[in-house]
Design a protein around this ligand. Sequence first.
Ligand SMILES: *[C@@H]1O[C@H](CO)[C@@H](O)[C@H](O)[C@H]1NC(C)=O
Ligand SMILES: *[C@@H]1O[C@H](CO)[C@@H](O)[C@H](O)[C@H]1NC(C)=O
Length: 349
Amino acid sequence: MSPNSLPWLLLVPLFLHLAEITAKVPAIIIFGDSSVDTGNNNYIPTIARSNFKPYGRDFIGGQPTGRFCNGRLATDFISEAFGLPPTVPAYLDPTYGIKDFAAGVCFASAGSGYDNATSDVLSVIPLWKELEYFKEFCGKLKAYQGEAKAQQTLRESLYIISLGTNDFLENYYTVPGGRGSQYTVEEYQDFLIGIAEGFLREIYQSGARKVDVTGILPMGCLPLERVTSPTMGACNELYNKVAWNFNSKLQCLIKKLNGELHGVTIVYSDVYQLFLDVLQKPLTYGFEDAASGCCATGIFEMGYMCNKKSPFTCQDANKFVFWDAFHPTERMNHIVADQMMNTTLAIFK
Ligand SMILES: *[C@@H]1O[C@H](CO)[C@@H](O)[C@H](O)[C@H]1NC(C)=O
Ligand SMILES: *[C@@H]1O[C@H](CO)[C@@H](O)[C@H](O)[C@H]1NC(C)=O
């Protein structure tokens, strides 16, 4: 070792300390649909609910929370992986306050989409309203932490945005005389991307700098879509193609915004490829069933149709990729979270 290197060695602890401060994610802030809703729909009048058993049967304490799952969501595991609480509270849940939300908050609403018309279908919280709740939260955070500290929290938090599936499956391909008759599917994708762009610019204005946008999964392979697929039981390839194209457009948008918005890091999480891999080789991942959900017959039930009285609900949800006809099991969510932590989110660790 040359004597010259000594002063540098002395500086190392200082650098490490600085790195620790700037790298820390103080909170996870979530927007989206049922893929990430931790219970907001319990507090609004909608039928898009899951706060009853057997939902939550593998959750901490076996409690149904409004998560569309037997246990935790990917975002809960991500929060835990960042050293934050193991569950992210829903903003509308009155048992939590700003002290909790300062370490993680979820504005998502099951059944929602980028398009206002999508959230209208099941009277859930539209994305613009999720954004309003977020702005209300920013105000409360400033009152709680003080202006400077709150700005820092907002800047260093990880924002996760996960939605889009419902825009196609609950709205475009389902509502007669709706978006499907107004737009070609390419035009509709562009319309949604425009909304996503406006949304990302808004949260950037409010201070967001670390952002994850999660793509759509191969939605044609959801159990519910398989039963209604033209190829009965197989994945609906049209829906998968639409999801894939939408995801490509989303990636272009992210690239553009990363180049344009100073100091932002927006990453794209590719759940499409991961799901496809799991669905094609379920045994490799320890799953025995990748085509139907654990709850009830597993073919069409979700929400109120998946309840304590539903016959045929499976014993061990860990053997299934899907919990109900539309939503992954906790175990699959854990795999998604692990993969995101190892890839796209690693940059924020
Ligand atoms: C959605 O609704 C909100 C509130 O009415 C409105 O401000 C916004 O422009 C609408 N978005 C689109 C894309 O129509
Ligand atoms: C992620 O990384 C951890 C630790 O390195 C490893 O155990 C795990 O298998 C990885 N998971 C995935 C899904 O890549």
